[in-house]
Ligand binder design. Structure first.
Ligand code: KIV
Length: 271
């Protein structure tokens, strides 16, 4: 007799329950089917189809160039691989900043064309109208505050945000506003750990940190960074779980050498 294992999908409600119970949420990025399959099977709670695809997949310097069509392509590939994780799709630069109608239309395209479960937008008070409008269509929204890479040319650097009191208070205000507006979770990127802890304590929805210390409700990393595929990116917050770039290079060099020496294919590797 075969027993079918039923996999329970993580939902936005699951994440809220996890926060309420003090269970930490694990989130990673993915941009393609093959990687997402492995990530989903690892027990990860949330997969973010991040606009970091612009850097990691396409080699751009910033996240600004990636288009809505490109994000949809990545997200649809990821969704096809996922049975368990909640899949959140980044709304790319230029797809929601114009006005709330544009934001809603872009979010609807993402949901319809990818099968994703939620969208993520960067920003605070200035995006609240868009957040509320997207929510009226029944689309869950994740917020993103602190270092918001789509605003890199306004900030000028990728350094830690909200170290000064005025920016810190503004961030707390924005986090509360996003939660009150209906965001189901908020990413806090590269801010002081003490500030992130305060936000996680004062805001009722899950707070997911990247470079925001351990006293938040969950953590997110860029998959290719934590696997050691990306080169030359070594911020303090990044823990590398593998040296995959180096391992891949070794394997590829071995293949080249085997082909050159006619070691590959051998007698068993042919018909
Ligand atoms: O695009 C992305 O990968 C992100 C994470 C860094 C949170 O927004």
């Amino acid at each position: 007799m075969s027993v079918n294992k039923v996999v329970r999908r993580v939902t936005t409600h699951t994440l809220q329950e996890m926060k309420n119970k003090g269970e930490k949420i694990a989130m990673l990025t993915a941009y393609d089917y093959s990687m997402a399959l492995i990530v989903d099977q690892s027990g990860i709670d949330v997969i973010l189809v991040g606009d970091s695809a612009s850097n990691v997949m396409a080699g751009h310097e910033t996240t600004l160039p990636i288009t809505l069509d490109q994000m949809i392509y990545h997200a649809a590939s990821v969704v096809r691989a996922c049975n368990r994780s909640l899949v959140v799709v980044d709304m790319p630069f230029g797809s929601y900043q114009g006005n709330s109608k544009e934001a809603l239309n872009s979010a609807i395209r993402i949901m319809k064309e990818t099968g994703g479960h939620a969208v993520k937008l960067e920003g605070g008070e200035e995006i609240v109208e868009s957040v509320k409008r997207i929510l009226t269509a029944g689309i869950p929204v994740m917020g993103h505050l602190g270092l918001t890479p789509q605003s890199i040319y306004k900030f000028g650097t990728y350094q830690v945000r909200a170290k000064e009191e005025v920016e810190a208070e503004r961030l707390i205000h924005d986090a509360k506003l996003l939660a009150e507006s209906g965001c189901f979770a908020i990413v806090l990127e590269k801010i002081p750990a003490a500030l992130a802890k305060r936000v996680a304590q004062e805001v009722h929805v899950p707070i997911i940190g990247i470079g925001a210390g351990g006293d938040v409700d969950g953590q997110v990393l860029v998959l290719h960074d934590m696997l050691g595929i990306t080169e030359g990116f070594t911020p303090r917050f990044l823990r590398k779980y593998l040296n995959m770039g180096e391992q891949m290079r070794g394997a590829l060099e071995q293949y080249v050498s085997d082909v050159r020496s006619a070691d590959f294919p051998n007698n068993k590797e042919q018909y």
